[in-house]
Write a new protein. Structure first.
Length: 100
C-alpha cells in the first residue's frame, strides 16, 4: 500500500505543477510552490520506482545518510572527505553469515 501512496503523491504533485502551466503564478510565493511541486514530484516518482530496493536498505544506512546531510549542510567543503567515506561504507558493508 505504501508504494501506491508514494505514486499517488507524485501524481498529485505533477498535476499541481501542470496546473501552474495553465494558470501561471503571479507572486513569488506561488512560483516557489510551482518549483517545489516539480522537484518533490520528481523525487517522489523516483522513490516510487526504487521502492523495493529502498525497503531492503540496511539499517545502519538510515542513520548514516541524515548525519551526512547535516554535516554537508553545515560544512559544504567536507564533501571531499565525506564522499570517499560513504563510498567505502557502501562497498565494505558487513557480510551476512552463510546459511546452511
Amino acid at each position: 500500500m505504501r508504494r501506491y501512496a508514494v505514486g499517488i503523491i507524485a501524481l498529485v504533485l505533477f498535476v499541481g505543477a501542470a496546473a501552474f502551466l495553465f494558470w501561471p503564478p503571479q507572486s513569488a510565493a506561488t512560483q516557489q510552490l510551482d518549483a517545489a511541486c516539480w522537484r518533490v514530484g520528481a523525487l517522489m516518482a523516483v522513490l516510487w520506482l526504487a521502492y523495493p530496493q529502498v525497503k531492503r536498505m540496511p539499517p545502519w544506512l538510515w542513520g548514516t545518510i541524515p548525519a551526512l546531510l547535516v554535516i554537508l549542510a553545515v560544512k559544504p567543503k567536507w564533501f571531499l572527505v565525506a564522499a570517499p567515506i560513504v563510498l567505502a561504507l557502501a562497498i565494505l558493508k558487513p557480510r551476512s553469515p552463510l546459511r546452511r
